[in-house]
Design a protein around this ligand. Structure first.
Ligand SMILES: C[S@@+](CC[C@H](N)C(=O)[O-])C[C@H]1O[C@@H](n2cnc3c(N)ncnc32)[C@H](O)[C@@H]1O
Length: 361
């Protein structure tokens, strides 16, 4: 998350760039695109210099601090007090909450224990979990502006709802089974899970995440929502959080209708995405589907970021598996896991929705 704000921060001073595509969503589904490697910046010398700068700890710390400050500043510009939201969560006794969320039998893959998003302990720490909601709202506030500048307080909600809208179109187009049981892989604190519950009324969502800190914050926020709902005479939400790995969910075979993976694959080595797709295939019922929403390397916005040395290095230095994600042949990995060839829609000028169905037999 923070990496994207580092990237946006890096882009900010640049001159106005031409809008290359309309704000509208792509309406026609197509076969999912395979590997698209965006061009590297041409000026290798400058890339080397910027890389050296980012490897210099005081500069990296300065850039990370600025990116965090920008998250809060964007909130202010949108009329929201993001700092107060983070501070309110900081007052909770998280040691106890995290201990209750942690499943001691869960093994962390080595790729997961790296610094991510300028957080030294990656997602295995309180800070990213406490900042998750405001970081998502800040980073995604610019997603639908081709210039990446105009702030939309609804950007995050829109990114998630357009994903689920595209998923529904692609499920219907491919004759997938009706959706009742959903697995949300990499659910973090539940933003993607809540969007799924809203998009598929009456469904039951299991949100799994490797970070006990994310699960702890997700459960805490859920308790608050459920208390509000109970006071209003409503039923508790049908979402359960599980601490675990997407590649080893420990769920029974064939218990899900939809496995959703929102904004997770760019944080994984290609082999881990492949393993998670295989696990999704196992837990899905015949006719069930896998839906992935991710950055679209083929989009003009990503091509632009990757051809500019500063955003390129900023992005890469806070997303350890970004280049691996770019090398991932997503349709190839899905069909290798047993799925039918996936179909794709673009749900933002820089994100794609890819849906693959498990054959009926
Ligand atoms: C960028 S966040 C996305 C969260 C959420 N899906 C959303 O859209 O807001 C990625 C999440 O994936 C989790 N994650 C990464 N690798 C995972 C894995 N192998 N299994 C389960 N969760 C994983 C991280 O802990 C993190 O919470």
């Amino acid at each position: 998350m923070l990496s994207q704000s580092l990237t946006h921060a890096a882009q900010a001073p640049a001159a106005a760039r031409p809008a290359r595509r309309s704000r509208g969503l792509q309406c026609r589904a197509q076969a999912a695109t395979g590997t698209v490697v965006p061009p590297r910046p041409k000026n290798e010398l400058l890339v080397g210099l910027v890389e050296a700068l980012f490897k210099f700890p005081p500069f990296f710390a300065f850039a990370a601090k600025n990116a965090r400050a920008m998250i809060v500043k964007r909130g202010e510009k949108m009329g929201m007090d993001f700092q107060a939201e983070i501070d309110a969560l900081r007052s909770v006794d998280w040691d106890e909450e995290v201990a209750a969320a942690r499943d001691p039998t869960v093994k962390y893959p080595s790729y997961y224990k790296k610094p991510f998003h300028a957080y030294p302990d990656g997602n295995l720490a309180m800070e990213p979990a406490l900042e998750m909601t405001v970081a998502a709202r800040s980073v995604h506030s610019v997603v639908y502006d081709p210039e990446g500048k105009k702030l939309d307080p609804e950007g995050d909600a829109k990114l998630r709802s357009t994903f689920n809208d595209c998923t529904k179109v692609l499920l219907e187009e491919q004759g997938a089974r009706p959706v009742q049981d959903i697995l949300d892989v990499g659910a973090a604190t539940g933003l993607s899970s809540l969007a799924l519950l809203k998009a598929f009324p009456g469904s039951q969502v299991t949100g799994i995440d490797l970070s006990p800190h994310m699960i702890a914050v997700g459960r805490y926020l859920q308790r608050q929502r459920n208390a509000d709902q109970a006071a209003a005479g409503q039923q508790p939400e049908q979402l359960r959080f599980v601490h675990g790995a997407g590649e080893d969910t420990r769920l029974p075979d064939g218990c899900m209708d939809l496995v959703s993976i929102m904004l997770v694959c760019h944080e994984l080595p290609a082999a881990a995405s492949q393993a998670i797709f295989a696990e999704a295939f196992r837990v899905l019922r015949p006719g069930g589907a896998l839906a992935v929403m991710e950055m679209n390397p083929a989009s003009p916005i990503f091509q632009r970021i990757f051809s500019n040395p500063f955003p390129y290095v900023a992005f890469k230095s806070t997303e350890p598996w970004l280049l691996e994600y770019l090398s991932l042949d997503m349709p190839g990995a899905m069909t290798a896991a047993g799925f039918l060839p996936p179909r794709q829609l673009e749900n933002s000028p820089r994100h794609k929705t890819v849906v693959a169905v498990k054959p009926q037999q």
